[in-house]
Design a protein around this ligand. Structure first.
Ligand code: COA
Length: 436
């Protein structure tokens, strides 16, 4: 298979490179970990390697070395659209090279062939109480699909370690192919009386999601889906969903189990829920003013909120120290496609007002917007107003990145992760012995 061929061609070089690094520089110290780092979520401690993506504090996300604007230019586009094809992005994540239009289309075709979801998955989801959170249903869907794992079946029979990645790749393609259909099924079940719309064979992966939730007649929403699924696909290895998926897969749990673990992390309010919090906040600002406020009025309002201890969602970031380029791309989309939308005009006004107010506040490390400052407002414009579904959209996209990471972890035969834990008493004793 063409993706396996591309990965296979790179593997000897990569395995050699890692082995040489470990052999020659195994004792090289990257960083010492302090007690406060241990107690603050090992924040910023460099303990992982991801060659798939990296978040630079001042440039933002780079996927396989390319910035977001570079990828917007160079990735092959969907037919009749300026937005990248998800198939081309997945190719890049896996194969470390910008695909040709033909190669991107080959991934899309693989997905078309593999998109059918077994009925038992739908039935398992249907049996849940109607008020179950969509992210729970999404994670359940991934777990139910685990029955299909090619890796799990072949592991039972017995396969050599060097070849695990081939089965992971099969699983990754089978799983990612089904994501738009699974998400659309959950959306329709929860919010559209359980309508069922089959995928269209002439649509790309992203546009098919729009089509299956009954937005066929809106090409602009197709483009928003293409943009959204591109921008949310990966954000290096240390965030909760990437780290969780990586950890679970290190136990040789297959792609389904590992991605479900990642999604359970994404469902947490400190990770994937920020976009809905941001939209709620924007709507409350809109409600407060009734119309687009002046910059001066908004400034007074924002200052007042911050002085009252309010956390403004969509602003700040643990790593970034600049405007998130994923925010900028979505703002460009809003300016071009939806210039008269009042809520998006408010997003822009907040962008021109809040960073200065946050800078005056002095304690905020990054006063600039992150990806969540706008994405909910864009979905809202197109009538996807069910806040609790937004994390599922994020998840559909993020599994592209998670599964590529997992395939490569098996290709490089990374071992099971097993950091060591200490007791508080041991730490106290170590500090006392050192005389500090
Ligand atoms: C993203 C976030 C969690 C990063 O946390 P962090 O790395 O600890 O951020 P900082 O170092 O800038 O925090 C320093 C202080 O500024 C505050 N701060 C940071 N972002 C803020 C914001 N958007 N509004 C108000 N205060 C903020 C923090 O609460 C902290 O206050 P404290 O010292 O009283 O506890 C944080 O900026 C945040 O909560 N933002 C809003 C939620 C959000 O958009 N999340 C999505 C992230 S992709």
């Amino acid at each position: 298979m063409f993706l396996a061929d591309r990965i296979e061609a790179q593997l000897p070089g990569w395995r050699d490179r890692v082995q040489r690094l470990r052999g020659k520089s195994g004792d090289f110290k990257v960083c010492d970990v302090t007690v406060s780092q241990i107690y603050s979520g090992i924040r910023g401690v460099q303990i992982q390697v991801s060659d798939i993506s990296f978040v630079d504090p001042y440039e933002g996300l780079r996927i396989r070395g390319y910035t977001v604007p570079e990828l917007m230019k160079t990735l092959p586009k969907a037919t009749g659209s300026e937005m990248p094809l998800a198939g081309g992005l997945f190719y890049l994540l896996l194969c470390d090279e910008i695909p040709t239009a033909e190669e991107a289309e080959m991934v899309e075709e693989e997905w078309r062939q593999r998109c059918l979801i077994p009925t038992y998955v739908y039935n398992a989801i249907r049996r849940m109480p109607a008020d179950t959170h969509p992210m729970t249903l999404f994670s359940m869907g991934l777990m139910a699909l685990q029955r299909e794992s090619v890796f799990a079946k072949n592991f039972e029979i017995g396969v050599i370690k060097e070849d695990y990645w081939r089965y992971y790749l099969e699983d990754a393609l089978n799983l990612t192919a089904k994501l738009p259909g699974l998400a659309a099924f959950i959306y329709n079940l929860r919010y559209q009386d359980g309508i069922y719309i089959p995928p269209k064979p002439d649509h790309d992966w992203s546009a098919n999601f729009a089509h299956m939730i009954d937005r066929s007649d809106d090409p602009d929403y197709h483009d928003l889906c293409r943009l959204f699924f591109f921008l949310h696909s990966d954000h290096e290895g240390g965030n909760v969903s990437a780290h969780a998926a990586h950890l679970v897969s290190s136990a040789l749990s297959d792609v389904y189990l590992s991605c479900a673990a990642g999604m359970n992390g994404l469902a947490g309010p400190l990770h994937g829920l920020a976009n809905q919090e941001c939209l709620k906040w924007l709507l409350s600002v809109q409600d407060h003013f009734g119309q687009l406020p002046t910059k001066a009025d908004l400034r007074v309002y924002l200052k007042h909120q911050l002085e009252g201890g309010k956390l403004i969602p969509g602003y700040g970031h643990a790593v970034l120290r600049t405007t998130d380029p994923r925010f900028t791309e979505q703002l460009n989309f809003a300016r071009k496609y939806l210039p008269t939308d009042g809520l998006l005009q408010l997003v822009e006004l907040v962008y021109h007002t809040l960073p200065d107010v946050l800078k005056e506040n002095n304690k905020v490390s990054n006063p600039w917007p992150n990806v969540d400052a706008i994405n909910g407002a864009l979905q809202y414009h197109f009538g996807v107003k069910e806040f609790d579904f937004y994390t599922v959209l994020f998840g559909v996209s993020r599994i592209l990145g998670l599964s590529a990471h997992i395939v490569w972890s098996r290709a490089l035969m990374k071992p099971i992760e097993r950091p060591k834990s200490l007791t508080t008493e041991m730490l106290e004793a170590m500090i006392q012995t050192s005389g500090n």
